[in-house]
Write a protein that binds this ligand. Structure first.
Ligand code: HEC
Ligand code: HEC
Length: 359
């Protein structure tokens, strides 16, 4: 029922846009003609106006399709209702504290840099842990992580609360010996007591539960809105012709079969079609479940900020975005992509970047 009403409202709006533009065009060209009877000039204005009307109509149709098939980023991720400023502040401090790694050189922010123009990942093929040991997976961006329902390339976690402690004790990352070593280190640092008191006034204990709550609150605060959101929310003129064409291709060829929803990914896993192209020693979800059907099953990453987060894929093996998208021809698309279509897709993908970070 609601969608019928929405469609009627949209049709009415489309009609009004067309009507208004045609009126403007007729008035504009007649007034000019009155002042200046130069015929060529009149025809030129006529063509420009028709082109403009066509562009607006194309943009308006695409906007509806993008709204229905993808949507825009909600203001805050699910589960953030109790994320107070004080919890986020404590989470931020923990996220940046190098003393919480085995040899005091690494924090979450080392691999997930978020300041300035950094887009939440380190741009390494695969990162090194606190002792220089080389990991086998590419670092995903931490921006918008609160909206992901699948976490890690193999999908081994689905909640930020459950994930928050993993990196501290992961031998490939911050390499602490145990959860209790983590808690001890925080307890030994007197600067934390005030932060815990503010974040948890009724129970300011330094314990795992409170650490998990504050790190996940901080992660949920890392929201990154884009030009694409403005377009989907109704600013039709914000996209230029190439951006519109790129979005059109994205919707037409079936990228949305996998990169779906307002994150354009982030919520499902998929089996890799061309396994031979990747690091053969990473079996993806199989490594967590042991089920042979899960061999080479990996998370479909969100495409938000993708033009800022090279290199690509779970093994970070491809640097060029053009080659990365070309690789999607090995997946199940509605048709093969041409080189010029890939260029337009890249122009569209740029509109998914954080508005405050340059592309
Ligand atoms: C040594 C670099 C490194 C450090 C330090 C590190 N991470 Fe990560 N992070 C990674 C890599 C690599 C992955 C992907 C691992 C995988 O999928 O198996 C990842 C994945 C994640 C994810 C899942 C993202 C997604 O989209 O699936 C979250 C959340 C995360 N890290 C948060 C943190 C937090 C919080 C800390 C600090 C407590 C931290 N990371 C420290 C490298 C790092
Ligand atoms: C059948 C599902 C599927 C379809 C369809 C699909 N993708 Fe993907 N895409 C994936 C998976 C899975 C990955 C991650 C693969 C990996 O890490 O090895 C991925 C990765 C990517 C990446 C790299 C992201 C990163 O951060 O590493 C880009 C860019 C991308 N896809 C763009 C597209 C575009 C554009 C289309 C449409 C032309 C498309 N994809 C269609 C499943 C799909």
């Amino acid at each position: 029922m609601r969608s019928v009403v929405a469609k009627r409202v949209n049709d009415a709006l489309n009609f009004l846009i067309h009507f208004f533009l045609t009126l403007t065009f007729v008035c504009f060209s007649n007034c000019k003609e009155f002042k200046n009877s130069n015929n060529e000039n009149y025809q030129f204005q006529h063509l420009i106006s028709i082109q403009f009307i066509n562009d607006i109509s194309f943009a308006s149709d695409l906007q509806q399709r993008a709204k229905n098939q993808l949507g825009s980023l909600p203001n805050s991720p699910p589960g953030s209702e109790d994320d107070t400023e004080a919890k986020i502040k404590l989470g931020n401090k923990l996220f940046r504290d190098i003393n919480l790694s085995a040899n005091q050189i690494q924090a979450c922010v080392t691999c997930h840099p978020i300041d300035g123009r950094s887009a939440g990942m380190d741009r390494q093929t695969t990162p090194r842990g606190t002792f220089g040991q080389l990991g086998k997976r590419n670092t995903p961006t931490i921006f918008n992580v609160g909206y992901n329902s699948v976490l890690f390339w193999d999908g081994r976690r689905n909640s930020l609360y459950d994930q928050a402690i993993d990196p501290f004790i992961n031998p490939m990352e911050m390499s602490l010996s145990s959860e209790s070593e983590l808690i001890q280190k925080i307890q030994n640092d007197p600067s934390y007591s005030e932060y815990f008191a503010n974040a948890f006034p009724s129970n300011p204990n330094i314990n795992l539960h409170n650490v998990k709550l504050s790190i996940s609150a901080f992660e949920r605060s890392l929201v990154s809105k884009s030009k694409f959101d403005d377009f989907v929310l109704g600013n039709l003129l914000i996209f230029n012709r190439q951006e519109l064409d790129g979005l059109n291709i994205f919707l037409d060829v079936g990228c949305t079969n996998c990169h779906s929803g307002y994150l354009l990914g982030g919520n499902h896993l998929s089996k890799l079609e061309s396994v031979s192209l990747y690091n053969p020693n990473d079996f993806g979800k199989f490594e967590v479940t042991g089920d042979s059907n899960d061999r080479y099953v990996f998370k479909i990453p969100s495409l938000r900020n993708v033009t800022l987060t090279q290199p690509y894929f779970h093994d970070g093996s491809v640097t060029s975005l053009k080659e990365t998208i070309g690789r999607m021809n090995e997946f199940k698309l509605n048709r093969r992509l041409t080189s010029s279509e890939i260029d337009l897709l890249i122009v569209f993908l740029k509109t998914l970047s954080d508005k405050t970070k340059s592309n």
